[in-house]
Each structure stands twice: as C-alpha cells, then as structure tokens.
Write a protein of this length. Structure first.
Length: 394
C-alpha cells in the first residue's frame, strides 16, 4: 500500500467531519478537489520527466554549433539621381535598400545553395556532423535541404543603414567561417553580374540603334549616288542656277553691244567694218539667248525640274539619316557613362572571423523554455480536465 504523500496528509487534516450535515456539500467538493490535486501531482511528474530528458539532451547529447557573422552593403559606383522604388510587401524603398532586398533573396535562394553545395559540400557536412536531431537527414530532398540551409543561414536587414547581417551556423568553426566567406564571394559575383548585365543590355541596345542608323545612312547615300549617275547630274539645283546665270549673262552682253552699236552709228557709216562686226555679235548673242530661253519652256526643262524635286527628296533623306547617326553616336557615349554609374559593388563592413567558442545551442535557455512551455501546457490541460469533471459531477 502506497504511503501518503505530504500533500495528502495536509488535505486529510483539512477534511470536514462526515457527521456534520451542513458540511455534506463541502465534503463532496473537497473530495473532488482532493482527487484533482492528487492526479495533478501524479501527472506533473511526466512534465518533470520530459524536462529532465530535454536537459539530458541539451547538456550531454546536443552538438555544438559555431556561428560566424558578416555584415555587408551594396554600393553603386556613382550616386545616381534619387529615385524611389516600390518593393512588394515593403512599400517605397530607396535604390540601396532595394539592392539589399534582392541580395537577401539571392542568398536564401536555391541557386545559391546549389553553388555552395558544389564548392563547399554542404550536404556532407550537415548530414554527417552533429547529433541525430540537429543534423540533416542523409535522404533529405532538395526542398528539405533548402529548408535546412535556411535554418542554418539567417539574414537580417537593417532598413536604416541598408546593410545585411549574415549569420552562418556549422558544426566546426572552420567550416562556418569558410562557408560565410564563400557566401560573400558569391554575393559579390552576383551583384557585379547584375550591374554588368544591365550595363551590357543598355549598351547593346544603343549599339544596335547605332548600327541601324549607320546602315540607313549608307543606303540613303548609295541611293542618292545612283540617282546622280543615272541622270548625269551632280546637282540639279546647281545646273538650273547655272542655266539662269547663263541667260542673265547673255542679256547683259546684248545690252552692252546694243549700246556700243548705237554709239558707233553716230559717227560711222552703216557699212563700216567695226559696226558690221558689232551687229554680227549681237545676232549671235540673240540667237543663243533664244535657244537658252527655249530650253526653259521645253519638256527637257520640265524633266529637269522633276529631277530636281526627286534629288531634293533624296538629299533630305541623307541629311535626316546623318542626323540620326550623329544622335546615335551621342547616345552611345551617354549609355556608356550611365552604364558605369549602374555598376554596383559589395562592401564588406564586417568580415567573417574564426569563432572561438560555440554559440549554439543555448543550453540553459532551451531547458528553461521547455520547462515553461510544458508547464503552461500542463496547467491548461488540468484546467480543462477539472472543468469537464465539474460539469460531469453536476
């Protein structure tokens, strides 16, 4: 027969006398309370036992985990114009903060995990080192491996300073430091590649426009050259202007000879040789003037006018293509300057160092946490059980 516990002895002294009729209800309530307290003390031993098991695990079995911390931020080559970007779930964000968010997602991504696995053999380290509960399962899927990686690599973002703090946990201090350094190296490669890719895309687009403008200019020039060769004209406008200048010259010469003829007639005979020569020259100039004037009203002249219009159109096309080509060259130079401004660099504020002692697991903290949580769960369970029993007795 079990010996009474101290709690039972105390409850026995407080038990009401059965012969007291007024205390019959109190006796029933007392007996229910006694049963609840007795059951509580008996079942609370399970809580203490589980806490003891947790203490044994954390104090004797749990493997040490070393933590290495590094702090970085993303810096542009030159300060660009202040713009605000809208980040989903965060709201408006400065360009530097947006870069930090992108880098944070990349460090936690499957792509980063695959690169680290190829270079550092993460699966081998996390699945062979440590105790049974803290190591990675040897048969873990890629998604389970990614979840485990994210539990061992934590990233905190400081919105004000726009910095990232990367904390890496591993079973050896050397591996934790090397893995942190590899994460920083791959992050720098990623940031540089992002900036260079944007710069290459911008320059490639402008260079494509420049090549298109160059081809357009060359085609326009070749078309103008073929047109000139086909019509045997260097410049229809210059040809027309030369013809007008010739007619004006003929008229001026005729006026001068007519003046000279009038002067000679005043003191020479009509058959004088000098006067006859002047008249012959006038006849020749007038004949030439008639021929030149006839050209202006002939079908040939109308064709020349049409050629002039077509020539002017081709000439304008060449000038427009030349302007486009000049603008494309200027745009290429501007794109190269802007591309340089878009380049980004990873600045290491705190480099990873070899830890001197294990930071995880936090043994006393974990034991106290288990104790508090189990006690709260136990207390809630007892309250529920007592409420149910009270309603059943009623």
């Amino acid at each position: 027969m079990n010996a009474p516990t101290p709690v039972k002895k105390i409850l026995g002294k407080l038990k009401p006398k059965p012969d007291d009729s007024a205390a019959q209800g109190d006796l029933a309530l007392f007996e229910r309370s006694q049963r609840a307290v007795t059951m509580s003390m008996d079942t609370y031993r399970w809580v203490l036992g589980l806490v003891a098991l947790a203490a044994v695990y954390f104090l004797l079995i749990a493997s040490d985990r070393y933590a290495v911390e590094a702090q970085v931020f993303v810096k542009s080559s030159q300060p660009a114009a202040p713009t605000i970007a809208v980040v989903p779930g965060v709201g408006p964000a400065a360009p530097g903060l947006q870069d930090a968010l992108i880098l944070r997602d990349y460090i936690s991504s499957l792509d980063m995990l695959r690169i680290l696995e190829a270079k550092q053999q993460l699966r081998a380290h996390y699945s062979t080192g440590g105790d049974f509960f803290s190591r990675l399962s040897a048969s873990a899927s890629e998604q389970e491996f990614l979840d485990y990686y994210r539990s061992r690599v934590t990233i905190l973002l400081d919105d004000a300073a726009q910095t990232l703090t990367v904390t890496v946990q591993a079973f050896t201090p050397e591996f934790a430091r090397d893995l942190t350094q590899e994460i920083l190296d791959q992050s720098e490669i990623f940031i540089n590649e992002v900036g260079q890719k944007i710069a290459r895309d911008d320059i490639a687009f402008v260079e494509g426009e420049l090549n298109r403008a160059r081809e357009q200019l060359s085609a326009a020039q070749q078309d103008l050259l073929r047109f000139q060769n086909a019509n045997n004209l260097l410049d229809p406008e210059a040809t027309g202007a030369a013809q007008q200048e010739m007619i004006s010259g003929l008229r001026s010469s005729i006026v001068q000879l007519e003046t000279q003829e009038s002067t000679l007639q005043s003191f020479l005979n009509a058959d004088a040789s000098e006067l006859v020569s002047v008249r012959e020259r006038l006849r020749a100039l007038r004949s030439q003037l008639e021929k030149e004037q006839a050209k202006l009203t002939s079908a040939e002249q109308r064709t020349l006018n049409e050629i002039g219009v077509e020539f002017q159109q081709r000439k304008l096309t060449v000038e427009f293509a030349s302007e486009l080509y000049r603008t494309a060259i200027e745009s290429l130079e501007q794109a190269r300057v802007e591309a340089y401004r878009k380049l980004k660099h990873l600045v290491v504020v705190q480099a990873p160092v070899l830890p001197e002692e294990a930071e995880y697991p936090r043994r006393l903290y974990n034991i106290l946490t288990v104790f508090v949580l189990l006690s709260l769960a136990y207390g809630i369970g007892i309250m529920i059980w007592a409420t149910v029993q009270e309603h059943r007795d009623v």
